[in-house]
Design a protein around this ligand. Structure first.
Ligand code: F0G
Length: 453
């Protein structure tokens, strides 16, 4: 690898600039760790030209809708279709795309019945090409990595970022360096990174340790960091909210509920909502609420004990390994998103996560455990009166059910939680596999048994 160098020269951007979320300093290029040169806080991307001349909301909607008939690869992407809301590419730069986005919005009729919430939807980001929402951000950030002339991209990950980065890296002829906590990510996600050809390092630490190390590494080696600290990732992830509003005919729901880990996704959705309102694409802001696992509740504690002003880190532990994060990088951006939209932050227990995941599965949809915190959290918000039964709610399901089969199998076999967590409602949802002799009688017996239960 070539010796450490300053960032590869990036054509000076005219359509956007970087702005520090701490001191508001504006810059036209970013350092390798995407932190402010003055105060070390995170950067975000801003579009100064919108101040001078706002794009027309109706024109934008018509352009995005027309592109759905196009066969160009940039229009077939559910991210780049909304490119007026993204940083502009230099000249004839090609995008790295796997046709990300374009994910379904499902109605959750059974969960609506059991929770009493009349209009309940799931925006299923697990239907992206590598099975998680990360792809919507990765197409943008990987494209900018290539435009900036990098050969290597790198990330720390609880699994999904690494799977996504490795795929987009491979599509863009970039080499990938993955840092994951040893033994703490699902085999499905690890296997994706291996198959897409990443150099995969399982480090004897947790996610937070991996991210710390990556932040140091990118200052020493010419590796472009693709964690959600990278603001290009968040710009791509904004399109979830654009696509959702389009699917709802630009009539915002009352609530959007999202899981919180490193807090990049909630920050991206919050930014998108605020921008959409500023541009007149939507008449009002939905409340964006963030749900964490009890064992990885840094944001919740930051709000309750640190008044949203100082980060309270935690030693994270949860079987929802995607959000097993104790020191979330984008906590300040997430606090801004909650304040701007008036949403809440809640935490849910391991058994609440398991139950919600099985309930979403029983609707024929399925998701990974980290995504199920949304339904579990919504039940709490309903009990607290923060979500009213007549309101409309969209749960953001962030990952595909196939991402963590061990969790699902352990749950159905009754091996996920210790006995003390076992409740009748959990037992009712279990469908363990039945081992039988290969005879008609045995299978008929199983059928009769199931009819009775
Ligand atoms: N849901 C899933 C399935 C995830 O993989 C993640 C994060 C989150 C929710 C939380 O999103 O970090 O933006 O708040 N996964 C990262 C990873 C950290 O490395 O794959 P967040």
């Amino acid at each position: 690898m070539s010796p450490p160098s300053t960032p590869a020269p990036v054509a000076r951007q005219t359509g956007f600039h970087f702005r520090c979320i701490g001191c508001a300093k504006v810059s036209h290029d970013a350092s390798r760790n995407f932190r402010c040169a003055s105060c070390d806080d995170l950067l975000e991307i801003a579009y100064p030209q919108w101040q001078e001349r706002k794009p027309d909301a109706e024109d934008l909607k018509a352009t995005w809708s027309n592109r759905r008939l196009s066969l160009n690869s940039i229009d077939l992407s559910g991210v780049w279709r909304f490119r007026e809301m993204l940083p502009a590419l230099a000249g004839d730069q090609q995008v790295i795309t796997l046709r990300e986005g374009n994910t379904p919005l499902y109605e959750l009729t059974q969960c609506a019945r059991t929770t009493g919430v009349q209009r309940l939807f799931a925006k299923h980001q697990g239907m992206n090409p590598t099975g998680s929402f990360k792809d919507t951000g990765m197409t943008v950030a990987a494209t900018f990595a290539r435009q900036a002339g990098f050969r290597w991209v790198g990330c720390a990950s609880t699994g999904n970022t690494s799977a996504s980065m490795a795929a987009y890296g491979a599509r863009g002829a970039l080499r990938s360096l993955v840092l994951v906590p040893e033994g703490k990510i699902s085999w499905s996600k690890l296997s994706q990174a291996l198959d897409y050809g990443a150099v995969t390092c399982q480090l004897r630490t947790d996610f937070d340790g991996c991210l710390r190390l990556l932040q140091e590494l990118v200052l020493r080696a010419p590796v472009y960091q693709l964690n959600s600290i990278n603001p290009f990732r968040l710009e791509g992830q904004k399109t979830l909210a654009l696509e959702l509003m389009e699917q709802l005919d630009w009539k915002p729901p009352d609530h959007i509920i999202v899981p919180g880990g490193n807090l990049g996704n909630s920050s991206a959705i919050g930014k998108a909502l605020v921008e959409m309102r500023e541009l007149g694409l939507i008449p009002r802001l939905p409340k964006l609420s963030i749900i964490q696992a009890e064992g990885a509740n840094a944001l919740l504690r930051t709000l309750r004990e640190g008044e949203g002003k100082r980060l309270i880190s935690v030693q994270a532990e949860t079987r929802a390994t995607a959000i097993r994060i104790g020191n979330p990088a984008s906590w300040k951006k997430a606090v801004h998103a909650l304040e701007a939209t008036g949403g809440a932050c809640e935490q849910v227990s391991e058994s609440e996560i398991a139950q919600a995941k099985a309930e979403i599965g029983a609707e024929g949809i399925g998701c990974e455990p980290a995504s199920a915190v949304t339904l579990a959290g919504m039940k709490k918000l309903v009990r607290q009166g923060l979500v009213k039964r007549e309101e409309s709610v969209v749960l953001v399901l962030t990952g595909n059910v196939l991402k963590d089969p061990d969790f699902t199998i352990d749950f159905h076999r009754g091996e996920l939680l210790g006995g003390e967590h076992d409740t009748p409602s959990l037992a009712r949802l279990r469908r363990p596999p039945i081992v039988l002799d290969a005879t008609l009688d045995a299978v008929m017996g199983a059928l009769e048994q199931a009819e009775k239960s």
